[in-house]
Design a protein around this ligand. Structure first.
Ligand SMILES: [Zn+2]
Length: 325
């Protein structure tokens, strides 16, 4: 009986006729509402001093958890995930992209995955528009690194550049790695498409790009911080305004529990995991010591919070009190 009902209910989804027939034949009238499968527009605003920061969602996608910690036994990782109420096999990775309004300029940090990366990504533009902006409004774009989920949204579905009036910034080593042959030569097979995607897009900004070094200023109070390892020239961004500091950690921290409680676990997406661990520890220490906020791309939206010390490691403390509903 239960099986029969289960089958019938599944069959009714999206089928008004079946619902009416069943209701008429066997008692109480009820009809199945369609599953919507969507969320409200994904953006979250807060003030950092006089700067208004809007975190725009580029969507989310599912990744296998065997990418979480290459240097740990698989059963250790699985047990850890289960203890934290997470699926041991797959994880949902959100993509949280900050747009900083300094009052004078609009500065976007990374451009999301666009329409050619993974199902579920590429929602940046619709969320940007829902938040009141268009790509043409953007004055500056900082690229933290040239992985697809941070770079491929540079172009639209017709391969035309999406940010015609923007000045671009990327670290010199990152630009050189992806612009030359090194990416193709050194990336493992599963990441070769990353090299192809970057080499298609980076030439489009060659005329307007500024290659940065540690400490270079993007705008007043906004500077770049070298955090290599995830990619050779991976960078983070520091925003200091009104006595507060926000560190946009980029992909030094990619998991809400693992990156903080186990900074020595090496994600499979880090190209040089040892150097990446050093960068991760540097960012975590900086944020914990300075009581800074952090914004992390792949934590649960909006990925905004603090870093508290816990034993010899850390924990992520979400900061959701920054804006009234
Ligand atoms: Zn990423």
């Amino acid at each position: 009986m239960a099986d029969d009902l289960g089958v019938t209910r599944r069959g009714m989804i999206g089928s008004g006729t079946a619902a009416l027939t069943l209701a008429g034949a066997s008692g109480p009238a009820w009809s199945a509402a369609e599953m919507q499968g969507t969320q409200v527009p994904g953006y979250y605003r807060f003030m950092l001093g006089e700067y208004e920061i809007t975190i725009l969602s580029d969507g989310s996608y599912t990744l296998p958890t065997d990418l979480i910690a290459q240097n740990q036994p698989r059963d250790v990782v699985k047990r850890y995930l289960e203890a934290n109420f997470l699926d041991p096999e797959f994880r949902t990775s959100h993509v949280n992209i900050p747009l900083i309004n300094t009052g004078e300029e609009l500065i976007l940090v990374d451009v999301g995955g666009g329409g050619n990366f993974l199902d579920g990504a590429g929602k940046l533009i619709e969320n940007m528009q829902a938040a009141g902006y268009a790509p043409e409004d953007i004055d500056k774009v900082v690229i933290t690194h040239a992985h697809p989920d941070h770079l491929w949204g540079l172009i639209d579905d017709f391969d035309d550049p999406l940010y015609p009036d923007a000045q671009f910034f990327i670290s010199k080593p990152e630009w050189e790695f992806w612009s030359g042959d090194r990416a193709v030569e050194t990336l493992p097979e599963m990441f070769q498409s990353f090299a192809a995607g970057a080499s298609r897009r980076l030439p489009m900004i060659a005329d307007t790009v500024t290659l940065t070094a540690e400490g270079d200023e993007i705008a007043s109070g906004i500077t770049v911080l070298d955090t290599p390892g995830h990619t050779p020239g991976h960078g983070s961004v520091m925003v200091k305004e009104g006595g507060e500091t926000l560190i946009i950690t980029a992909d030094t921290t990619t998991h809400p529990y693992v990156s903080f409680q186990h900074p020595g676990w090496w994600p499979g997406t880090d190209l040089d995991p040892k150097i990446a661990e050093t960068s991760r520890r540097k960012v975590l220490d900086l944020a914990a010591t300075g009581r800074s906020m952090i914004l992390a791309y792949h934590l649960s939206f909006p990925g905004l919070g603090h870093v508290a010390r816990q034993g010899s490691a850390y924990r992520f403390v979400p900061a959701l009190w920054r804006w009234q509903l």
